[in-house]
Write a protein that binds this ligand. Sequence first.
Ligand SMILES: [Zn+2]
Length: 342
Amino acid sequence: MKRHASSALSRLSPLVTRSLKRKLILCYHRFSAPGYPDLFHSPVSTVPLQELEKQLSWLKKFADFVPLEEIQSSATLHPTSLKKISKSANKKRWQIAITIDDGYRDVIDLALPIFNAFEVPVSWFITTRPVADQHWIPWWDLSAWLANQTAGNIQIHSEHVNARFDISNRDDRQKLQNHLQFLALQVGHSATEQVAQQIIEQTDLAGNAYCRAQDLHSALKKHELLLAPHTHHHSNLSLMSPEAQRQEIGDSRTHLKQWGITPLNWFAYPFGKPWARTTETPKLVRDLGFENALTTQMGYIDKHSTAFELPRISVDGRWNIRDFRSRVLFGPLAQSIKRFKR
Ligand SMILES: [Zn+2]
């Protein structure tokens, strides 16, 4: 049934792309290729390179790839950008800006050369702690790693968890993964750190899968690329005081600057969803001097978009090209219909 719907949507595709000119921002995270090592594989956030190529080939038929700043400035018709836009934007074509979140090394090794080949400008939002410290492995990567382990034991003594986990046992592995997720999303940063550190100490993991600051420098030289902050630890901001949130957001910008990088004055919220920020968070971001901020709530950029909660379509690594097309063409509309019905 789903397949029928999807192919019916595909047949509608030329009609939609020709009759409606839309602006949208895509969000990627990680990429994979046959033979490329990945200890922390997460199918949801990792797009196979051959799918990325299919996606870009399809998009370029009806869309111009534009820098992030251009998409928003053309939505608000900022006078200083008008000249630039009239030169580059074909009125009949869609405008698409590409963003990548987090800071994984596979972006540099695998994806940037493809974006380059398609002449696509990229804005990359960096979580700075794992770039600064290769031994700091984020909890979601530890969780992905645990899912693929088949032997060993892990003992945890912390305020919230006191147990021994038999990693050869699937239920035990899952329990430890659930603890990590619960601590990170419901309890807070330091409770998560306690458990994550103990896991790391009991494994032979050599480091995280993030790039280093010097890798960012060489990528900037080779590609049409801008970097921007994505917090220091990628914590759930809704569990933090306004002051702690300000620090978490500001620290990532400070780190980029300390590495000699001029960051784009945009911010991307960790996790992107409303549950991971407070109503104050967008105001804090504005007070810190940012011009725009990105969510992962699905939507097109239009005159209703608000500068500090701009929508994006986050690309799921499990989508095939048909899924991708229907999300790009109809996903945001389906989302608004759902909202309307509620
Ligand atoms: Zn992120």
